[in-house]
Design a binder for this molecule. Structure first.
Ligand code: TA6
Length: 277
């Protein structure tokens, strides 16, 4: 199917009627709808759907670098690159990517990245699998940079399920800070790496009466983010005051990394997003 600006996307549909859309650009999920047809992911109304820009909203794949934790540009180049379809059914698709010669100049490693997205009646499952096809160990960090749609950030919070967790505060040069309770209420810019985060984090929209569980496997860290007004309104690809309509919970290998993937070896990490009934 053709999406905005002629970009190709895959539409997945479960027998229950839930659906998802995945762009070949970045293997980027731009929509996840429940079987009642409600959209669960945030998309910027100024998103640019053309490489080399990453799509704003949905689920960007940060690879082979999360954030600025390494020598590459922010969040690595996979989200700015085109993937190919290797297999698909109506409910799942696997997309493949290998770095170009140009990208290997910045990151001197050969690898094969596979992203699988599967839609279920109440869930979206996404797996990142990487194989080191080079002869040297390959360092990487990564994240599923998921933007959850909320009715208003004032009516929503992220629940980590455990009180008093510590985090690295990216707004303060990664200084260590501590949560007072077990949840994050977004009331100003918040950009935090929870190292060794709980394996389930809930995104709760109190007003909409909706809870989404974010479960992670093989991904030690979680990043929680909202840019708040000044930063968001300074982004060319974010609509005015749209920062109020999302919060990001991002299963990651961030400060726990980098992982050193040995030559010939594979690694995988998964996020499972499920809508609580
Ligand atoms: O995950 C949080 C973060 O790393 C923030 O520091 C913020 O800059 C954000 O990602 C978005 O990055 P982007 O490159 O997509 O503008």
């Amino acid at each position: 199917v053709e999406g905005p600006e002629g970009q190709q996307k895959v539409v997945l549909t479960s027998s229950s009627g839930a659906s998802a859309e995945v762009f070949l650009h970045g293997a980027h999920v731009t929509s996840w709808k429940s079987n009642k047809g409600e959209e669960l992911l945030f998309m910027s109304n100024k998103a640019i759907y053309a490489p080399p820009k990453a799509i704003r909203g949905g689920i960007p794949i940060c690879f082979p670098q999360f954030g600025v934790l390494g020598p590459l540009g922010q969040h690595g180049f996979a989200r700015n690159s085109m993937f190919e379809i290797v297999e698909g059914s109506g409910e799942s698709v696997t997309l493949s990517f290998r770095p170009s010669a140009e990208q290997q100049k910045q990151f001197p490693h050969q690898f094969h990245l596979l992203i699988t997205v599967q839609i279920g009646s109440d869930r979206l499952t996404q797996t990142l699998q990487v194989q080191n096809e080079g002869s040297e160990p390959m360092p990487f960090t990564t994240a599923f940079h998921t933007y959850f749609l909320v009715s208003d950030v004032d009516n929503a919070h992220a629940d980590l399920g455990t009180s008093g967790l510590t985090y690295q505060d990216n707004t303060k040069g990664r200084a260590e800070s501590k949560l007072s309770g077990s949840s994050v209420k977004f009331q100003q810019e918040f950009d935090a790496i929870f190292v060794g985060a709980p394996d389930t984090i809930k995104v709760v929209d109190e007003k909409a009466g909706r809870t989404i569980s974010v479960r992670k496997e093989g991904l030690p860290d979680a990043v929680l983010w909202n840019p708040w007004a000044d930063k968001a309104n300074g982004m060319a690809d974010m609509g005015h005051d749209q920062y109020r309509n999302f919060l990001c919970v991002e299963p990651a290998v961030a400060a726990s990394g980098p992982i050193q993937l040995e030559s010939g070896k594979s690694w995988s990490g998964t996020q499972i997003l499920s809508l609580d009934s």
